[in-house]
Design a protein around this ligand. Structure first.
Ligand SMILES: N[C@@H](CCC(=O)N[C@@H](CS)C(=O)NCC(=O)O)C(=O)O
Length: 437
């Protein structure tokens, strides 16, 4: 069994995307993805608690999270008494580990290098990671009164089991308000099919690039889970929308519970006047619904609406989630950019979505996709500049921060164009072939 340290180095070699934040960034390492609601919870808690850390940005669009070096690291946190996701219930539209088993191929993942007498410890699952972080921070974001404690854990579990993945991959046929690029990418189960192809490709490398029965079991389980998800999408295309209707119904019921629990609170947060981990989870959850154009699910719940307004102006959530430069665009949330960064930023955010919409549209001519691909040849320089600036981001002068932000913005833009163009031109999955990488 390799040490945690060597498994971390191998995973970082595979993934890259490292930024070191704060004065002591070596103790905590967070593998996470910009556009992942579970990662958003962890990043917000890190902002709230102020931990220095190393951020490893996992690009889910390239499916680098299926690389055996990352999966092996994740398996170090697996309690073998727990089934793997895919080995039990079929696709439920939720990604709760408690309900659906341990998924060996997802983010987020935290490593505490100081734990276990300096041997290091791998911690997975957003609820477990966030509970761990608040304990490490001496109980910040956690009440001590037993009934409040139970309420916090209740809402963590509600958000954990909310069918966010279902609402990302699929939508009500008559009310699909997701950004068009999401519709393009998920149409016909397209994203699941790409994931399946990638997983099969890794499985076929057994004995070549990896050789471990646990990894084989992990890939087979993930493949089964993804095939189940594909079947759910395909059932809708066959005219049976009960799966997605059930998911929306479940989401609606959870939001009504939130409304009722907020009503019973003596203050502006779930547990009175002090913000807790439950509010952080709810903030990420409500924001994701808004991003996907699903805020209609709670717009008739007045207490939830006012509560979401407070959460969406919380600096931790703004910086870790809403204004995060690496995340995907959505016109539904462009007003936040306009409000906090000026109208031009709001307009650019919308144009960014427009461009990705065009590039991912199967009807876009190949010449246009080729032109966009050429545009990314500038990316390498941009990336270097921005990484330099990004390293300084937390502590430096406003001028440097602004430069870092604009560098990041351009990189995100170019990366998204690259991804879209690559798909359009049916480039190989291995993105290292792209110009600018
Ligand atoms: N229960 C897990 C769920 C993690 C999860 O499903 N992560 C998603 C992003 S939110 C992911 O990595 N998906 C990529 C994939 O399945 O390929 C947690 O809360 O951490």
């Amino acid at each position: 069994m390799p040490s945690v340290k060597s498994a971390v180095s191998a995973a970082i070699d595979a993934i890259g995307g490292v930024s070191r934040i704060g004065e002591d960034p070596d103790s905590l390492i967070l593998f996470n993805a910009a556009f992942s609601v579970c990662s958003e919870k962890c990043r917000t808690v890190i902002r709230e608690t102020g931990f220095s850390h190393t951020n490893v940005n996992v690009d889910l669009t390239t499916m680098i999270n299926y690389d055996p070096r990352y999966v092996a690291l994740r398996l170090m946190a697996w309690d073998h008494a727990m089934p793997l996701a895919g080995e039990i219930a079929g696709w439920t539209g939720s990604s709760s580990m408690a309900k659906t088993g341990f998924d060996p191929c997802v983010v987020p993942l935290l490593v505490d290098m100081k734990a276990n007498g300096g041997e290091g410890m791998v911690i997975v699952d957003s609820a477990v990671i966030c509970n761990y972080l608040v304990r490490l921070a001496g109980g910040a974001l956690m009440p001590t009164e037993p009934r409040q404690l139970a309420l916090v854990q209740k809402h963590i579990a509600l958000v954990d089991d909310a069918p966010h993945p279902a609402l990302l991959y699929d939508a009500l046929p008559a009310k699909d308000l997701r950004p068009a690029y999401l519709k393009h990418l998920t149409a016909g189960g397209g994203l699941h099919l790409q994931q399946i192809r990638k997983l099969k490709n890794y499985l076929s490398q057994e004995g070549k690039t990896w050789d471990d029965p646990l990894l084989k079991r992990a890939y087979e389980a993930k493949l089964k889970k993804t095939e189940d998800a594909l079947r759910a999408t395909q059932s809708m295309e066959g005219g049976d929308s009960s799966y997605i209707e059930g998911s929306f119904q479940k989401m609606r019921e959870y939001l009504q519970t939130l409304e009722a629990d907020l009503k019973a609170s003596s203050g502006e947060w779930l547990c009175g006047d002090k913000i807790t981990l439950a509010d952080v989870f709810e903030g990420c959850s409500l924001y994701r619904l808004m991003f996907l154009g699903c805020a209609f699910l709670y717009e008739d719940l007045p207490i939830v609406v006012r509560y979401s307004g407070r959460l969406f102006s919380r600096p931790s959530l703004l910086r870790a989630v809403i204004l995060n430069r690496d995340t995907m665009p959505s016109k539904h949330v462009a007003p936040f950019y306009a409000e906090h960064e000026g109208w031009l930023s709001g307009v650019l955010h919308c144009r960014k979505e427009d461009l990705i919409n065009v590039m991912t549209n199967p009807a876009t001519p190949y010449a246009a996709a080729g032109a966009a691909l050429l545009a990314v040849t500038y990316r390498r320089d941009l990336k270097q500049d921005s990484l330099l600036a990004h390293g300084e981001k937390e502590s430096s002068a406003p001028q440097l921060r602004r430069e870092a932000q604009s560098g990041q913005e351009q990189i995100v833009f170019h990366e998204q164009v690259a991804i879209a163009a690559r798909r359009k031109l049916r480039c190989p999955d291995d993105v290292s072939d792209l110009p600018g990488r």
